[in-house]
Design a protein around this ligand. Structure first.
Ligand code: SAM
Length: 470
């Protein structure tokens, strides 16, 4: 039997099945103990996080009063760390060639009727220009795994192309990358290419489920996949993004393992995950999400988001357009800090009027970016296209330090407003512009005179598309 060892970079040690089972037994027992749950909430109120056992006990509790307290505390922590800012991004699918056999994904190699496409650099330019015309400044690159069709050289060339496109009021300022687990050498090259966050979803932490769901292909190697973030961080990538595909396996196991993974990264590399994503399984070509017995109900999904906020208060939480508007709205209050908007999950879906028939999965939020921006503001959130921390070198451990001291507000609100001004002036519809102007005035009036002066000085440049971040 392998022993749990948080400092080991071997999957079986830091995601240790015996420890997770033990955590679940403890949590089931403590979930009945209201005194313990109250004491845990009291601890969470200090806003320094919760450990895996504490958070899992809160997750498994069934008491409505405690659950209400979890939700209101999560909203409080969210506001303390992130204020009312919400960062926006879009996924960009470069190629859906894939040699893996992930049973839940329509890009699996055996799917012969899905249209396969790998974009040329010219096509990428057209996609990026379409995204820039919407107002996007931050992208997440998505690719299937295929050494022949999508080698790392292709990814690197595409990143270079994307950063090089200056169109009208600006450029893409942060390219995050979601590609399959790879070698330290390749992570070093991605780091040199100045990627933002390296994102890789674990899909499921349960080894037996993982192996059943990935029967063949390079992704079938559970340990290699699970140890990817260690290799990425050893290669110098400071910001990594974790995620579980909820619906594949029992949620309590995934939740406990996800927090153990975050704790492992923090302990070993001085910084936990920069972000955690919470994708839920969606219908797709040949995939019926409802047929999965572990489909995650909305109330537990929201509880997981709230508890992630309490457990890792300084980590960005991401929700995509897999979720409909109503769930996204609740999730924003409970802890989400980044959302995608106007997304297409097909290769070449932004530039073409008629979206290609190769979407990875059905999205549930079909609104345009402009509609999402207007909706955020109407609900009291500042839409932010900020990428300052990355540009200013506030990454990894340095970023976490600032975050933990809750000083990130000093930078983030003014920077968010500068990017909002840039968006409103260059991309917004007249209706959204009007909502934005009102929000802008309100936010400015909350600031000290010196902050206001600093911001006002940079404002006209931002409106013209040159944002000078603090
Ligand atoms: N090839 C990379 C890999 O293997 O990690 C990137 C994968 S893919 C483009 C991005 C993510 O989409 C996957 O990690 C998976 O979690 C998610 N995904 C796949 N099928 C899905 C479905 N039917 N519903 C929702 N999300 C899905």
């Amino acid at each position: 039997m392998k022993k749990y060892d948080i400092m080991s970079d071997k999957a079986q040690n830091f995601i240790n099945p015996q420890r997770i089972e033990q955590t679940l037994r403890f949590a089931y027992f403590k979930a009945q103990d209201k005194d313990y749950l109250r004491a845990t909430l009291h601890k969470a109120n200090a806003m320094n996080g919760l450990n895996t056992e504490q958070a899992t006990a809160l997750l498994l509790n069934q008491d409505e009063e405690i659950t209400e307290e979890i939700f209101s505390l999560a909203a409080k922590v969210k506001s303390a760390y992130y204020g009312n800012r919400i960062v926006l991004f879009a996924p960009l699918y470069l190629s859906n060639y894939c040699v893996n056999h992930c049973l839940y994904c329509p890009y699996h190699q055996q799917n012969k009727h899905i249209e396969r496409h790998k974009m040329s650099q010219e096509e990428i330019k057209a996609e990026v220009i379409a995204l820039q015309d919407m107002g996007h400044k931050r992208l997440a690159l998505e690719l299937g795994e295929d050494e022949q069709n999508n080698p790392l050289e292709y990814v690197l060339e595409s990143i270079d192309t994307i950063y090089g496109i200056h169109h009208k009021a600006g450029a893409i300022r942060r390219v995050n990358v979601n590609i399959a687990a790879t070698t330290i050498e390749n992570y070093k090259r991605l780091h040199e290419a100045k990627i933002g966050t390296y994102i890789l979803f674990q899909e499921t932490y349960n080894k037996a489920s993982y192996e059943r769901l990935h029967p063949q292909g390079p992704k079938a190697d559970y340990a290699y996949h699970t140890e990817a973030m260690d290799r990425a961080m050893q290669a110098g990538i400071e910001d990594v993004g974790l995620g579980v595909l909820f619906g594949l396996n029992s949620y309590a196991y995934e939740f406990a393992a996800l927090l153990d993974h975050a704790a492992h990264l923090e302990k070993c590399y001085g910084a936990g995950p920069h972000t955690i994503s919470v994708p839920r399984l969606r219908n797709a070509d040949g995939i019926n999400a409802k047929s999965y017995k572990n489909a995650l109900p909305d109330d537990i999904f929201l509880k997981i988001i709230a508890l992630l906020r309490l457990s890792v208060p300084y980590t960005g939480l991401i929700i995509s357009t897999r979720e409909p508007e109503a769930i996204r709205l609740k999730a924003l209050e409970l802890g989400i800090s980044q959302i995608s908007g106007g997304s297409k999950t097909s290769v070449g879906g932004y530039a073409k009027k008629e979206a290609p028939q190769n979407a990875q999965f059905e999205v549930a939020d079909h609104r345009t970016l402009d509609e999402v921006v207007g909706w955020l503001m109407e609900n009291g959130h500042i839409p932010s296209f900020c990428t300052a921390c990355y540009g200013k070198g506030r990454q990894g451990e340095d970023f976490m330090e600032i975050c933990k001291k809750r000083q990130i507000h000093n930078f983030c609100t003014p920077n968010a407003l500068l990017t909002l001004a840039e968006y409103l002036n260059n991309y917004a519809s007249p209706e959204v512009k009007a909502i934005g102007k009102a929000m802008f005035a309100k936010e400015l009036s909350r600031m000290s005179a010196s902050r206001q002066a600093l911001l006002t000085k940079r404002l006209s440049k931002a409106e013209a598309g040159t944002v000078e971040f603090l």
